[in-house]
Design a protein around this ligand. Structure first.
Ligand code: PEP
Ligand code: MN
Length: 339
């Protein structure tokens, strides 16, 4: 259920509604917007009687939410969420570019790539220190040593660090060295992990699971938000289908579909979405053309030597070109329509 306060309702009136929600044993999520404040109610397992709220001072309307998610919806927050890391944003006017290697492999490798990323004007550097690999024998990442390298990149290049946590101890470490916690596709329904990052003060980049429906993906975001962390970025990274010409099928229709239902920013990952170097730039262009708020791409100074995902890594030259192309597309398309 959502309680929408009247335009001009006082803070005290909002607080009084929050108190009633708490007395009923539920959680209240007040969200101030530009024209009105909405208060989401979570924690109830059966419908709540709306008459309990309708007569409270300052209340404009009580909306029953028929969808399984509440806080991620535009009913809760009509304006787009802008995720902020210092002065860098995702979901604002600027197209967010997040770039870097699949994995941090060494200090020299990561710093060389960071230089390319900084030169492109991107604000975010990606790189895994903890890698979710299909085979237990494949490179698993450098762990904390990798995070220390990322912290050095943040310091030296002023780039914001996006890096994956695979488990709860990993979240503690990423909180120490990183700026945005990536939840990988394989972890999208790791509910204890989602609840943990929901308690974090860092934004969360939530990848879509390889077989997740839109509802399942949005419910994963709802898990994070229901714990109080509203800084969530959704990332379409391709789903598993019958096709054999690419690693995954990048579901571009998911971008406008998310946009219609949710206020959360949504970005596109053409690297994992295709798995093939030559497809990354065309699909990045397409992702921006359909309204993505940003792009996350893998870049490597020596793709043939990469310890993971070399086949989809762009060379620095290819990456620079991609950035200029997606920026031009972003400039010409109108702001994505709300409906
Ligand atoms: C990654 O970003 O390197 C990664 C492992 O992504 P995904 O979880 O989408 O497979
Ligand atoms: Mn990768």
């Amino acid at each position: 259920m959502l309680i929408v306060m009247k335009n001009g309702a006082s803070e005290a009136q909002t607080e009084a509604v929050v108190q009633v929600i708490k007395e009923l044993g539920f959680q209240a999520h007040p969200m101030a917007g530009t024209s009105r404040t909405a208060i989401g109610i979570t924690g109830n397992q059966s419908p709540i009687d709306p008459s309990r709220f309708e007569t409270l001072p300052g209340v404009s309307e009580v909306i029953r939410v028929s969808k399984p998610y509440k806080l991620v919806t535009r009913d809760f927050r009509p304006e787009k969420t802008v995720v902020r890391v210092g002065d860098a944003t995702i979901g604002g006017e600027d197209l967010a570019i997040i770039a870097g290697p699949c994995a941090v492999e060494s200090r020299a490798q990561a710093l060389a790539i960071a230089q390319t990323v900084q030169k492109s004007g991107a604000r975010f550097f990606r790189g895994g220190a903890f890698k979710p690999r299909t085979s237990p024998y494949a490179f698993q990442g450098l762990g904390e040593e990798g995070l220390l390298i990322l912290a050095e990149i943040r310091e030296t290049y002023g780039l914001k660090i996006v890096t994956e946590a695979l488990d709860e101890p990993g979240v503690d470490l990423v909180e120490r060295y990183g700026d945005i916690i990536q939840i990988g596709a394989r972890s999208m329904q790791n509910f204890t992990l989602l609840k943990r990052v929901g308690k974090s003060s860092l934004p969360v980049l939530l990848k879509r699971g390889p077989a997740a429906t839109l509802d399942e993906w949005l419910l994963a975001a709802e898990y994070v938000m229901s714990e109080g962390n509203y800084q969530v970025v959704l990332c379409e990274r391709g789903i598993r289908t019958f096709i054999q010409h690419a690693r995954n099928t990048l579901d571009l229709a998911a971008i406008p579909a998310v946009r219609r239902l949710s206020h959360l920013p949504v970005i596109v990952d053409p690297s994992h979405g295709t798995g093939k170097n030559y497809m990354v730039t065309p699909l990045a262009r397409a992702g921006v053309a359909v309204g993505a708020d940003g792009v996350i791409v893998e870049v490597h100074d020596q793709p043939t030597q990469a310890l993971s995902d070399g086949a989809q890594a762009l060379t620095p030259e290819q990456y620079e070109r991609l950035v200029s192309e997606v920026r031009s597309i972003h400039e010409v398309i109108a702001p994505a329509p709300v409906g």
